[in-house]
Design a protein around this ligand. Structure first.
Ligand code: FAD
Length: 402
């Protein structure tokens, strides 16, 4: 009997983990191939440091092909353009047509920049959510240092990556102080969260008080539960009419899934996210999985201003392992029984603040009722150590390690 074929789309946190994990689960007795739009792994959490010159692109990326090669996984750099779940084929931008027995969609996110008209570097309004964007934000930062003025940092309506917005806010406050500009630069924070420290997960016990104190101590003015109406050159306008002038702005937009996920009927929703069960199988196709940011997650609440759900690194790896175990069961002719509801996974994150930080621990991803936020310089040190550890682990493909 010929070996089963697993095709993975995407090669970052979710795709790299799933591809190697499925090989392990089946003790190598499976053909795994990866098709990805990028040949580089990117440690996105470090993008917050790139604009300040604290990291170069080469320090937070690595080529994935040698990693896959080590595990006998075939890698091709080309974006998938068409998924045909009936014929079980995927077409790639380079013209390749790949067939599969099991497909893992780990295609991540793209920015929804049109959420606010005028969110462009031409208006001095940047984002840091991709490597290219973070590079532009760095150019803008260097220009800002020559002509400083007010700063706005924020996360728009429907954004979900609040951690990055807070980290950038505290890092920029640290940089402003370091540059001796603290008395000359007013910093404002704009967020769609219903309260500070909601994070798109429902908040953590005492989180709001801690963040309010942090912001006050840093002299930052906060606007929560707000939508951004528009951005013009050096001016941001909220839907309540508030106008914030700036010389530098960094705004986190909402994310969308990739267009390719919408090419298969019933696979993805309008936002391009794969509708999944707790096994991470597609709701429509038993042999297609959606993991990481590509998987749709429903928030169990409605907020006055819409907010998204952060699909961070830890739950992404959990989803990848769950999918790998379920595919392995299917290959062996068993039912895919491993369930891992996103909402119930523990929340773990370290939020950096330049030379300080906060460790965030919650008993579950959505609506944690037990949790801790531990501030202090040790959290900054932990973030640095975690970056080194994670890049080492991912580059070697040691996906079984925590
Ligand atoms: C600025 C920032 C800071 C963050 N900070 C933290 C943090 O501190 N802690 C934390 O836990 N998480 C953090 N996250 C979240 C973390 O980065 C995500 O959990 C992680 O990136 C999810 O991985 P993924 O593989 O699902 O998606 P992605 O990282 O988006 O990877 C998607 C992959 O799919 C590929 N791809 C895209 N389109 C196609 C296509 N059509 N065909 C084939 N391949 C395709 C891409 O090239 C890429 O390889 C942060 C995210 C950002 C943006």
């Amino acid at each position: 009997m010929s070996r089963k074929k697993v095709l993975v789309l995407g090669s970052n946190f979710a795709g790299l983990t799933a591809a190697i994990a499925v090989k392990h689960e089946l003790h190598g007795d499976v053909d795994v191939s990866v098709l990805s739009a990028s040949r580089r792994f990117l440690f996105n959490p470090s993008l917050i440091w790139l604009p300040f010159g604290k990291r170069r692109a080469s320090e937070i990326t690595f080529p994935v092909e040698p990693t896959f090669e080590r595990y006998g996984i075939d890698f091709t750099e080309s974006a998938a353009t068409q998924i045909d779940p009936v014929a079980k084929k995927v077409t790639a931008a380079n013209g390749d047509v790949r067939d599969y027995d099991y497909l893992v969609v780990a295609t991540g996110y793209r920015n929804r920049m049109d959420v606010v008209p005028g969110l462009t570097p031409e208006n001095k309004a940047y984002t840091i959510t991709t490597l290219e964007d973070a590079g532009l934000a760095g150019r803008g930062w260097r220009e800002f240092l020559d002509d400083p003025g007010p700063i706005v940092v924020g996360a728009t309506q429907s954004a979900g990556c609040f951690g990055a917005a807070y980290e950038y806010l505290f890092n920029i406050a640290y940089q402003v102080k370091k540059a001796g500009l603290r008395d000359r630069v007013k910093i404002s924070f704009v967020t769609s969260e219903p309260f500070l420290g909601h994070f798109g997960i429902g908040g953590l016990p005492a989180g709001e008080q801690l963040l309010t104190m942090f912001l006050k101590k840093s002299g930052i003015e906060a606007y929560h539960n707000r939508s951004v109406e528009s951005i013009e050159h050096e001016r941001l306008t909220l839907t309540d009419g508030t106008r914030l002038d700036f010389k530098y702005a960094m705004i986190v937009p909402p994310f969308l899934g990739q267009e390719v996920n919408k090419t298969a009927p019933g696979l993805a929703n309008d936002a391009g996210y794969v509708e999944v069960r707790d096994t991470y199988q597609s709701k429509t196709y038993d042999d297609v999985y959606g993991i990481g940011i590509a998987a749709h997650v429903n928030a169990p609440w409605v907020t006055p201003t819409p907010v998204g759900v952060p699909k961070t690194g830890f739950p992404t790896e959990q989803m990848a392992h769950t999918a790998a175990r379920n595919i392995s069961s299917q290959v062996l002719g068993l039912d895919p029984t491993e369930l891992s509801p996103f909402a119930e996974m523990p929340a773990f994150c370290v939020m950096d603040a330049g030379n300080n930080g906060v460790m965030i621990l919650g008993n579950k991803m959505l609506g944690p009722d037990k949790g801790l936020m531990i501030p202090g310089p040790q959290s900054h040190a932990l973030k640095l150590a975690f970056e080194r550890y994670f890049l080492w682990k991912a580059r070697r493909g040691y996906v079984q390690l925590p």
